[in-house]
Design a protein around this ligand. Structure first.
Ligand code: PLZ
Length: 449
């Protein structure tokens, strides 16, 4: 791996209380004009960000263990991404690929055909957000199968648009009082080893298949959609064998298997895509987040016969595959390859997991440590039980922030602390961030069973 250069000093530096006075002032201004429904996890306003740090408007430098929800794997101001964006913006920022196409879009599609699992012929369509990629995957599956039922899973997160709200499991805050939701979505039990002990992947898949056949009908099922590691739902890694059995059933039944790799894609889990860890080849893959170094871009890549079956003009959108976002993606993908970021994610796992496992061994309030690569979480429970403890997760994140470390929570029960560091974070900074997190865990949830 070649050396990664940084522009901002890679340090934790606390100059004011957090949030500082300038952030507090911005929070006041925001209250008067920004929609209250848009919330921020961290009440600190960014002025700069690079590598493993976010520098705020008060001059504090925070260690970033969230990457803007798994987006800035290559860093939030990666030099080659920034140069590619500036270069493309000086030529054209937009023509609309549906009107006057351009090479960047084609090159991104070439990269995705080569990088995504499977040696079959593939096609790609580009969009703006993960939700939009998921919507389009479902459109393609319904059109090509002539069926309407879509199977999603407990704890799933697929977005906030109407169809993707229906696919998303958790009501609060994503869906509550915002229905009616899109029809023909059926929810099935997930394989969740910590909360479903002793149930193998194969058994969990059998449970799902029996329910689909009894309640939907194999010949009415257009698609199964699943995150290979569930993100917002709590970094749930299904038991081995679960995903391959579902893929096999989908293929035998003529249903389309869609892997939602919006959060897990692009080196995050220690492979280019999390599907690779399970040895599965999805028919369609949705991607966004890590694809373009922070620029808004999403992709749907899949079997040529599915994507080419859609009538011309059936897929698109004004901004989908914006040329500046495509230039950013090409630079980000090159960077990930040159710097072996999948290897870097495995290296991060080797640093993070043993330390969290050691804390878990001493604190009876950590029920589970799980995840892959640079996507690792702890599940907070009441000591000696498996009862979710959301308050502990919230308090730990708040305590870490007050010490200058950004960590995110997630989970159906809100009791998960998840780590998604930029893949370019230096080892020392990562270790320092972990030290702060460990201290916060000991303070908040240090009780033993
Ligand atoms: N599929 C697997 O993780 C986005 C959103 C958090 P968009 N997850 C973070 C929030 O509170 O909005 C996500 C995902 C998976 C789809 C999406 C949706 O991607 O780019 O946010 O639309």
């Amino acid at each position: 791996m070649t050396e990664i250069g940084y522009r901002c000093t890679q340090e934790r530096r606390i100059r004011t209380a957090l949030p500082g006075p300038k952030s507090a002032e911005l929070t006041e201004r925001r209250r008067a004009v920004v929609a209250g429904g848009v919330a921020s996890a961290v009440p600190v306003y960014a002025a700069d960000a690079d590598g493993g740090v976010i520098v705020d408007v008060d001059g504090n430098s925070l260690i970033d263990l969230g990457s803007g929800i798994a987006v800035t794997g290559v860093g939030a101001s990666n030099a080659s991404v920034a140069a590619a964006v500036a270069e493309q913006a000086q030529h054209f920022t937009h023509t609309c690929f549906m009107i006057t196409p351009y090479e960047g879009y084609v090159r991104v599609a070439e990269e995705l055909a080569a990088l995504t699992p499977g040696a079959h012929e593939k096609r790609t369509a580009l969009f703006n957000s993960g939700s939009e990629a998921v919507e389009n995957a479902v459109k393609v599956a319904r059109l090509t199968t002539g069926r309407s039922a879509v199977v999603a899973f407990d704890h799933a997160y697929h977005g906030r648009t109407n169809l993707t709200m229906a696919l998303t499991a958790k009501t609060m805050p994503y869906k509550a009082h915002m229905g009616p939701f899109a029809p023909e979505i059926y929810r099935m039990p997930m394989s969740y080893p910590y909360r479903d002990p002793g149930v193998s992947g194969e058994e969990a898949a059998k449970r799902v298949i029996a329910r689909i056949e009894a309640q939907i009908g194999a010949d009415s099922t257009a698609a199964l959609i699943i995150e290979p590691i569930q993100g917002e739902g709590g970094f749930i890694v299904p038991a081995p064998g679960f995903l391959p059995a579902l893929v096999e059933w989908a293929h035998a039944s003529g249903a389309v298997f869609i892997a939602d790799e919006v959060q897990t894609g692009f080196a995050r889990t220690g492979a280019w895509f999390a599907s690779e860890h399970e040895g599965i080849v999805p028919d369609l893959i949705t991607m966004a987040k890590g694809i373009a170094g922070g620029m808004p871009l999403a992709a749907l890549t899949g079997r040529a016969e599915l994507l080419d079956a859609v009538h011309a003009g059936g897929l698109g959108g004004t901004y989908g595959g914006n040329p500046v976002a495509c230039a950013a993606a090409l630079a980000a993908i090159d960077f990930m390859r040159e710097h072996d970021l999948p290897g870097r994610a495995r290296h991060i796992e080797a640093i993070v997991k043993p330390r969290l496992e050691a804390v878990a061994a001493e604190a009876g309030t950590i029920g589970d440590v799980r995840g892959r690569g640079a996507m690792i979480a702890i599940e907070l429970v009441r000591a000696g039980t498996s009862e979710p403890d959301a308050a502990a997760a919230k308090a730990i994140a708040a305590q870490a922030l007050s010490e200058g470390v950004v960590v995110l929570t997630c989970g159906t029960y809100g009791n998960i602390i998840r780590l998604l560091p930029p893949l370019v974070i230096g080892d020392d900074l990562l270790r320092e961030g972990l030290g702060v997190l460990e201290a916060a865990i000991r303070t908040v949830a240090g009780g033993t069973s």
